[in-house]
Design a protein around this ligand. Structure first.
Ligand code: NAD
Ligand code: IPM
Ligand code: MN
Length: 355
């Protein structure tokens, strides 16, 4: 198909500044490749919360249940507690729509410099495959003896065999499509005695079905060090919800800027829409200034095009990003340039349009 209905949620802070740039590039690529988008935009955000007491209406999820994808900016603002805003909007979408894979590519794009001396695009090109609906992110647990000196907070981590196996399989299947055919598992079975040994056991069981894939594992602490010192070791890195979260900010930092990092919250069975959003948040420190880097949002749009069955259009967007960042004048400040959000987005859209 060539016509798509996209649920669009700019959200908070720079989400509202970068989502329009993502839409601008999607419109440009659509004209060139004959794809049309109907953007159904909602203002769900912390502002909505302050007006209505909810981050989204009660029937919010139902409204987008049959859309082709969700295109989201960022959620969270300092005047609403983060666990309230995120568990009121972003996390419910991931869960209700069974987006159990969070796929986050890390690539040193042509034209970008890694803060690690002497690294080129051939050294940094891997995926973080993050479990996205269970693990350390859970509502199980509670608070006891609140406000007393005996106060206790208990947070349960939930790892199901179904949930662990399907994310591990996704990682191995992805590795099959890559030249290096290598999967790394993030673990911590030396310190965490129930869930992580279980994760390792399932990793061993699943890898037996993929004899052609090289598989190894590291504890999360040393793995973060290896990301910095040996980013070239990695191809597909699979981790639990929390470990994947941490690794998917560290990876892009090593590749130059968190502002360019994209993510796909994927429902592989396609019985619900998947969601595409940058890795970064609402950046309250720079919001409202028009200086946010729109590339994370635009690259997320490319991942959405891929998911919707238009890989050539996706490739055209990524090529345009590389062309534009090669020119210092079009880079935003986080990448050492002076361009503002709209200038950077418009430059990418015009390269896409020109073909
Ligand atoms: P953040 O990603 O918003 O910002 C971290 C730092 O990176 C800031 O200095 C910011 O200016 C910079 N940065 C981020 N994106 C940038 C961009 N596109 N261009 C240039 N610089 C950029 O992380 P945070 O400060 O931990 O979180 C702020 C809020 O966003 C919190 O409410 C948090 O919960 C929320 N958050 C939401 C998401 C999401 O919606 N997926 C992701 C992360 C954080
Ligand atoms: C991300 C974010 C979210 C997460 C937060 C805001 C709940 O950091 O998308 O990486 O941890 O999943
Ligand atoms: Mn994160």
């Amino acid at each position: 198909t060539n016509a798509f209905r996209i649920a669009t949620i700019p959200g908070d802070g720079i989400g509202k500044e970068v989502v329009p740039e993502g839409m601008r590039v999607l419109e440009a690529v659509g004209r060139r490749f004959d794809i049309s988008f109907q953007f159904d935009e909602v203002d769900w955000s912390c502002e909505t919360f302050k007006k209505t007491g909810r981050m989204m209406p009660e029937d919010g999820l139902e409204r987008f249940r049959t859309h082709d994808a969700v295109f989201l900016g960022a959620v969270g603002w300092p005047d609403v507690p983060d666990h309230v805003s995120l568990w009121g909007l972003l996390i419910p979408i991931r869960r209700a729509f069974h987006q159990y894979v969070n796929l986050r590519p890390v690539r040193l794009l042509k034209g970008t410099t890694s803060p690690l001396a002497g690294r080129g695009p051939e050294d940094i090109d891997f995926y973080v495959v993050r479990e996205n609906v269970e693990g350390e992110y859970s509502e199980a647990g509670g608070r006891l003896y609140r406000g007393t000196e005996d106060e206790i907070a208990i947070q349960e981590a939930i790892f199901t065999r179904r949930g662990v196996d399907r994310i591990l399989r996704y990682a191995f299947d992805l590795a099959r499509t890559r030249p290096k055919k290598h999967v790394t598992s993030a673990t911590k079975s030396n310190g965490i005695v129930h869930t992580m040994p279980f994760w390792d056991e399932r990793f061993k069981a699943v890898k037996a079905d993929y004899p052609e894939i090289r598989a190894d594992q590291y504890h999360i602490d040393i793995l973060t060090a290896h990301f910095v010192q040996h980013p070239d070791w990695f191809d597909v890195v699979v981790g639990s919800n929390l470990f994947g979260d941490i690794l998917s900010d560290l990876g892009p930092a090593v590749a130059g800027s968190i502002g360019i990092a994209p993510s796909a919250n994927i429902n592989p069975e396609r019985d619900f829409p998947s969601m595409f959003e940058p890795v970064h948040g609402s950046a309250p420190d720079i919001a409202g200034k028009g200086i946010a880097n729109p590339i994370g949002q635009i690259w997320s749009a490319a991942m959405m095009l891929d998911h919707l069955g238009h890989p050539q259009a996706a490739q055209a967007v990524i090529a345009a990003i590389e062309t534009v960042i090669a020119d210092a004048a079009s880079r935003t400040r986080d990448m050492g340039g002076k361009a503002n959000t709209a200038e950077c987005g418009a430059a990418i859209a015009s390269v896409v349009a020109a073909g």
